[in-house]
Design a protein around this ligand. Structure first.
Ligand SMILES: *[C@@H]1O[C@H](CO)[C@@H](O)[C@H](O)[C@H]1NC(C)=O
Ligand SMILES: *[C@@H]1O[C@H](CO)[C@@H](O)[C@H](O)[C@H]1NC(C)=O
Ligand SMILES: *[C@@H]1O[C@H](CO)[C@@H](O)[C@H](O)[C@H]1NC(C)=O
Ligand SMILES: *[C@@H]1O[C@H](CO)[C@@H](O)[C@H](O)[C@H]1NC(C)=O
Ligand SMILES: *[C@@H]1O[C@H](CO)[C@@H](O)[C@H](O)[C@H]1NC(C)=O
Length: 390
């Protein structure tokens, strides 16, 4: 056992002596270091008894545009209608909000995060567990990623979003990238180790807060690379190696830079789904600054080296893209979300919807199915995220 881990165990056993009458299974749960039990006060997320687990992704909701015009608030009414329609028919086990929740450049210092309450209302009402990561439009002079997360945590009882430790991306609570964390999903409630890890990464971007606002880096900070390595090492040493036992999914608002090259090789039989946004300047990570391409490489390398059974990496940001493709350098599947919000840029025929990801088994060798579901219920671009995907 590594020294660090042993000291975690020692500290833990001093703090939490096992309850005398606890059944064996619960004693084992107590023996997991607190770093691997991040939600002591929330229900454990589990696969259903038939082995399924359904995630619905809302992306680029872009609430809060032009509060002073009729169309801005009407867009938000429409986006809430879409959320209610999708949630009541899809009945997901978990929801991921994949960035650009609010169009922060249109909102006001005194009430920018009020829109978080509008976004979480359907999830609160239907008691659906969820988490979020933020996008470039969630960092503006009048709003920050951290403020959105704090608002969400205050008003959403079933939010599994966490604030990244200060060790990643610097600043208190990871000021420039606070939306980086992971969420465990178990096969059964009392299992010792989870069967699926949902990773959320903060790709930052947008502008810093205040009157002297400046552009922020638009890639996952390199400190996150080290953090991924540390977290996966801890998971492996306590829970056992991931290879046969744990799957993973990763969400990050701005696509990794490597996706740019993949876009040039798309084939709409293999890569079904809308492909209407050319990937250029600003479309992927590390393009917001001149000659900064590749700044997300430490993150990308660490993610693909350390996270085993990674079924897919999923991003929003480019509203006209819905396709999935295998990224050849890392042999990992990348998928775009579906633009969900009525706010944000759009074009005729793109429409609005969600991406569903549906597991049929907690076995990490069995890849989930994924497809786009439009607001009117139409579905398309269905593929399976497994080794058979070309
Ligand atoms: C709201 O949705 C309706 C019905 O889809 C649509 O006709 C209208 O243009 C939308 N309004 C805005 C502002 O998005
Ligand atoms: C920010 O909020 C202030 C005060 O509510 C407002 O005057 C300003 O226009 C807002 N937008 C920006 C981009 O600063
Ligand atoms: C936020 O404040 C602005 C300016 O006072 C107002 O126009 C807007 O309606 C407010 N938004 C919300 C959601 O309360
Ligand atoms: C913003 O920039 C101006 C001009 O450089 C400077 O005078 C002012 O002190 C700055 N304000 C803050 C809050 O940093
Ligand atoms: C696209 O993929 C399909 C299925 O593998 C293949 O039959 C077709 O030739 C490909 N098209 C192009 C343009 O490469």
């Amino acid at each position: 056992m590594p020294l660090l881990l042993r000291s975690v165990f020692v500290a833990l056993s001093l703090l939490c002596p096992p309850a005398f009458a606890a059944p064996a299974a619960e004693t084992r749960v107590l023996a997991v270091p607190s770093a691997l039990n991040p939600y002591p006060r929330l229900p454990r997320l589990t696969f259903n008894s038939d082995g399924t687990f359904k995630i619905t992704v809302f992306s680029d909701l872009h609430y809060g545009e032009n509060a002073w015009d009729a169309w801005g608030p009407q867009q938000d009414v429409n986006s809430t209608r879409l959320m209610n329609t999708v949630l009541s028919t899809e009945k997901p086990d978990f929801v991921f909000l994949n960035g650009d929740l609010i169009t922060g450049e249109n909102t006001f210092r005194e009430n920018s995060t009020v829109y978080i309450n509008e976004i979480i209302a359907p999830l609160n009402q239907m008691k659906i567990p969820f988490c979020s990561t933020q996008g470039n439009h969630d960092n503006e002079p009048n709003i920050t990623h951290l403020e959105e997360i704090q608002r969400e945590l205050k008003y959403a009882p079933l939010s599994y979003t966490r604030i990244a430790p200060a060790s990643i991306s610097g600043g208190s609570g990871g000021k420039y990238g606070p939306g980086t964390y992971w969420v465990p999903v178990y096969t059964n409630k009392n299992d010792f180790a989870p069967a699926l890890i949902i990773w959320a990464f903060d790709s930052r971007g947008g502008f810093s807060e205040g009157s002297n606002s400046t552009a922020l880096p638009d890639w996952v900070d390199s400190s996150v690379a080290t953090w991924i390595e540390q977290e996966t090492k801890l998971m492996d040493s306590v829970w056992g190696p991931a290879d046969q036992t744990r799957g993973a999914l990763a969400f990050v608002h701005i696509p990794p830079h490597a996706v740019q090259a993949v876009w040039e090789t798309l084939n709409n039989t293999i890569n079904p789904g809308l492909n209407a946004d050319a990937l250029g300047q600003g479309s992927t990570q590390a393009t917001g600054e001149a000659s900064s391409s590749g700044k997300d490489q430490p993150f990308w390398d660490s993610l693909n080296t350390n996270v085993k059974n990674l079924h897919a990496v999923i991003s929003g940001h480019d509203h006209g893209d819905e396709w999935c493709a295998r990224e050849p350098t890392k042999d990992v599947i990348f998928c775009f979300d579906k633009h969900s919000g009525y706010g944000g840029y759009s074009s005729t025929g793109w429409g609005h919807g969600v991406r569903n990801i549906v597991f049929s088994s907690p076995n990490p060798a069995v890849g989930p199915e994924t497809w786009i579901r439009m607001e009117d219920g139409e579905t398309h671009a269905r593929i399976t995220l497994d080794q058979s995907y070309p």
